[in-house]
Write a protein that binds this ligand. Sequence first.
Ligand code: SF4
Length: 181
Amino acid sequence: MDIERFEEFISQYPIYEYRIISTDEIKTEERVRTICREECTRYGSTWACPPGVGTLEECGRKIHSFPEGVFFSSVAEVSDIQNFEETLTTRRAHEDLTTEVGKYLTGEGYDIYILSTESCDVCDECAYLTGEPCRFPERMHPCLESHGVVASELVEQHEMEYNLGGNTILWFSLILYRKKR
Ligand code: SF4
């Protein structure tokens, strides 16, 4: 990736931090998906969640079929960090930003695969529930956790900020990329 061009591109967006990471360092762990299964109400309800995203092995193979990725965060501010509904409303801007970065990489001649935040809420009711294919695969970003990725570990390994305190939220995305064949 041409870092200079990429930095010029992202300078127009509120990306807080980013790192280019090798997929060799990305582990996929069953314990993360156990939390999805036991604690998330969206489990098994969208194509962006397990088990719809595939088995842990399939997710790992998918990730490692790309040599590297750009891992980045954006920051949002809310009036009350304890208000879950309000924090979730800030997620859409991060997803839109993620889509724009993905479009940039596609335009630069890369195949991409996006992992982002939470589950997909593009449609009112996910096609997964009726056994139909995803209606908008290009807009659907499975979350990092659905693939067993521990975002906090990547943050730590790359000395990034995970929490800015106060009423701020950091959202994270990972866009894997490889040159089109
Ligand atoms: S885009 Fe629609 S059909 Fe596809 S995963 Fe998201 S909610 Fe489901």
